[in-house]
Design a protein around this ligand. Structure first.
Ligand SMILES: NC(=O)c1ccc[n+]([C@@H]2O[C@H](COP(=O)([O-])OP(=O)(O)OC[C@H]3O[C@@H](n4cnc5c(N)ncnc54)[C@H](OP(=O)(O)O)[C@@H]3O)[C@@H](O)[C@H]2O)c1
Length: 252
């Protein structure tokens, strides 16, 4: 069965990826939605009655969920047309002020979870299929005050780009999405805080547009997509200027 698999589908950008797939890919017969809050996924499933939805309540930071997913894939043998590897977590703040549990949560979900999804889904990806990796502008230059998060996202950018090259021969298009600010549960707009924080002053992206445009770029075979002129300029500056200088400017 032609299938789309979307992680982090219970809120934020993941919900918009779900809508974009449900509305623009009539050939997709089933969509697998993955997140911990299964009840949210089940509620979302009612939005589109024409497409079959499978709500999978999995904690992708927990290795036990990889086994569960592996077994399900073996049983169902889906023909994966679209993989959106989008689940992620960010705990900003000074390294010494974060607990080991919080730091490991980022490593386990952003690195291990995304790697596991890509590896487990690969045998079922169809030729011509797309695989999106939601990274971040935080992956361009290390960020003091967001050290572990920016490191995990730089891993993801490298992994996605490497797989873009590697999977060309298999006809699978991997595309790394590097968004900046988006008003989601992870990064809600807080007017009071925004006036004091550097991040809060930066432009916010429209998650709906980001999701639709990302899928289009992936279909065209693009390796990376950074939405918004401001963030494209930041990416370019990260390539031209020494990181030691950029890190003085971007520290939180
Ligand atoms: N918002 C921004 O400003 C921003 C900027 C750059 C990049 N990003 C990236 O964009 C992606 C989407 O984030 P968002 O902004 O849409 O934030 P969000 O609303 O917090 O969404 C995060 C999603 O990940 C899921 N998730 C979290 N922990 C999980 C776990 N252990 N296992 C399975 N799923 C888990 C959440 O669902 P449950 O809680 O139900 O599990 C939720 O569906 C992330 O990769 C993030 O790093 C966000």
């Amino acid at each position: 069965m032609k299938t789309a698999v979307i992680t982090g589908a219970s809120s934020g950008l993941g919900v918009d990826f779900f809508s974009a797939v449900a509305e623009n890919y009539p050939e997709v017969e089933e969509i697998w939605l993955i997140a911990r809050r299964k009840e949210r996924l089940e509620k979302l499933a009612k939005r589109y009655e024409k497409v079959k939805i499978r709500a999978l309540g999995l904690d992708l930071a927990d290795e036990a969920s990889y086994r569960q997913l592996e077994e399900l894939l073996e049983k169902e043998k889906p023909q994966i047309r679209i993989l959106v590897n989008n689940a992620g977590v960010c705990k900003s703040g000074k390294f010494g002020e974060r607990t080991l549990e919080e730091l490991f949560m980022m490593v386990n979900l952003n690195i291990k979870g995304s790697t596991a999804m890509a590896r487990l889904c690969l045998p079922y990806m169809e030729k011509g299929g797309i695989a999106v990796f939601t990274s971040s502008v935080s992956s361009f230059v290390p960020i003091a005050g967001q050290g572990v998060y920016s490191s995990t996202k730089s891993y993801l950018t490298y992994l996605g780009r490497a797989l873009h090259e590697e999977w060309k021969s298999e006809g699978i298009h991997a595309c790394v999405l590097c968004p900046g600010n988006m008003a989601t549960e992870m990064n809600p707009i807080d007017v009071e805080k925004a006036s004091k924080s550097k991040i809060g002053k930066l432009p916010y992206l429209d998650t709906r547009k980001v999701a639709v445009e990302t899928l289009k770029r992936a279909e065209k075979g693009k390796a990376c997509y950074t939405p918004g002129r401001f963030y494209l300029a930041y990416q370019a500056a990260g390539k031209i200027l020494p990181h030691s200088l950029m890190m003085k400017l971007n520290r939180l």
